[in-house]
Ligand binder design. Structure first.
Ligand code: NAP
Length: 446
């Protein structure tokens, strides 16, 4: 592995160099273990600690299947899906691997007693499998996390509709929180040259998701002038949704939970901010059984105060049960509530009268197709959207990194160095970077 790291650090990107490097038999990876899925039984979600379940260990390098690439991973990032995997909620991800494993001879490789997690990476292609022509060893890449087979007709308009659609590193094995990763070649995208490895690895999953959810015609199809309520506006998804709203000529109304997070939103250029902790909204009764429409009204009134009397065109939803009733209530007549998650609980309740009488729409969204992920990566490459990396850990500290996200103790994205020996490496276009330096660093400086 040292030779691979050295070749990458040397800056040599010739095909010959990388094709000539021996692929080691084993690599360091962050894993969860099948025989440990019961370790948190009886604990509350908050008590479950990813530092107990995430291991860093040597695992064998799998053989490449047709259409795949083996990537030397310099850096990765924590996504909430790794939190879910590490606390075995709402289900253990080994069920995904078992079911995938039953589908084909190559998929069988994924069904193992350990799961290499992680759905983002930045690195260099080491090897490609049979049939890959577009990507070569030595190319600097990032990867999006959509794994598809495309053997069925259904996926050919929008690859998210493929019946065999999976999220790499969550519903498949050999993920990005490791020194090596196996991806399908159609997950690869060019690494932005002005970013370090860990910066380049951090937007992928959330940036693509926010792009489909908010901008794409498959999501809310945001347009110039729209008012967009963004929950968790300084978090993983929200920090990209906020940037996209601002770049697209819309007005984000950012919901956060501390003055520090409010400042981060201001640093991105947002002006309308609601601190949900300071204003102490209680959408649910103490025992969590009933919602309080008076609190929805108080929240809606605050939005109108900020917008000069307007309701929002789009609600960018992901907290789920806790906020969904309020989200449906505050969307304008004819407005859209677009949802991709349920962090606080997936059994949502809302007052349907506010939906149908006001002709509102609930739109579902999930990750992004290759085209959408490519367009989202292009926004980063062109400096229209910037990484929101606040902190970077080493691979050995992956449990702590996941705990930060689990406890909502982070801002934006949390990075993880895998093969990269330190942060800040990998920038190949410093001139381009110079113009964006402060925007790239605003979450780190917060
Ligand atoms: P994140 O970095 O933790 O950010 C989420 C933010 O939401 C938090 O920072 C928090 O911000 C806010 N929040 C959390 N609980 C809340 C609550 N009860 N009420 C109001 N706000 C709350 O996570 P993320 O990466 O943005 O992911 C968020 C969710 O989306 C996760 O469940 C994740 O699994 C899911 N997700 C789904 C997809 C998909 O493709 N379907 C893709 C990415 C993520 P404040 O405390 O500042 O308000």
């Amino acid at each position: 592995m040292d030779q691979i790291r050295e070749a990458i650090l040397s800056g040599d990107r010739s095909i010959e160099t990388y094709a000539g490097l021996a692929v080691p038999e084993a690599y360091r990876a962050a894993t969860v273990h099948k025989d440990e899925v019961g370790i948190f039984e009886g604990m509350s979600t908050q008590e479950k600690d990813p530092r107990r379940s995430l291991h860093v260990e040597d695992v064998p390098v799998p053989e490449l299947a047709p259409g795949e690439a083996l990537v030397a991973v310099m850096a990765s990032a924590i996504n909430y899906n790794t939190v879910w995997t590490s606390i075995f909620e709402p289900v253990s991800t080994f069920g995904f691997l078992e079911r995938y494993g039953r589908t084909s001879e190559f998929a069988e490789r994924h069904d193992l007693p350990y799961h290499v997690v992680g759905s983002d990476l930045a690195g260099v292609v080491l090897r490609t499998g049979p049939g890959v022509t577009k990507w070569k060893p030595g190319t600097e890449v990032v990867a999006h996390c959509l794994s598809v087979e495309l053997e069925d007709a259904e996926g050919h308009d929008d690859t998210m509709m493929d019946p065999q659609q999976r999220i790499w590193g969550f519903e498949t094995n050999f993920g990005g929180l490791a020194e090596l990763a196996v991806v399908k070649a159609n997950q690869l995208m060019p690494k932005p040259a002005h970013l370090s490895w860990e910066e380049a690895a951090s937007p992928g999953l959330v940036n693509s998701t926010a792009y489909r959810q908010l901008v794409s015609k498959n999501g809310a199809a945001m347009k110039l002038g729209d008012r967009v309520l963004v929950w968790g506006a300084s978090g993983g998804l929200g920090s990209y949704a906020t940037q996209m709203a601002l770049a697209g000529g819309a007005t984000p109304i950012c919901v956060v939970s501390s003055p520090q997070k409010a400042d981060i939103c201001r640093s991105m250029g947002a002006e309308l901010i609601i601190d949900r902790s300071a204003e102490d909204y209680r959408f649910w009764s103490e025992d969590g059984t009933e919602q309080n429409p008076n609190e929805w009204q108080r929240f809606g009134k605050r939005i109108r105060e900020l917008t000069g009397g307007h309701d929002v065109d789009i609600v960018f939803e992901h907290p789920g049960r806790e906020t969904f009733g309020a989200s449906v209530y505050v969307a304008r007549k004819g407005g859209t509530i677009v949802t991709c998650a349920s962090t606080s609980g997936y059994m949502h309740e809302y007052d349907n009268r506010y939906l149908w009488m006001n002709l509102k729409r609930i739109v579902s969204s999930h990750f992004a197709n290759y085209r959408e992920a490519w367009e989202a990566n292009d926004l980063v490459d062109r400096g229209i959207v910037h990484p929101t990396l606040s902190k970077t850990y080493r691979l050995e500290e992956v449990g702590q990194a996941a705990l930060d996200v689990h406890r909502n103790a982070h801002q934006g994205k949390v990075g993880v160095l895998t093969l990269a020996p330190e942060a800040g490496l990998g920038v190949t276009d410093p001139e381009k970077r110079a113009g964006f330096e402060s925007a790239i660093n605003r979450f780190r400086d917060a």
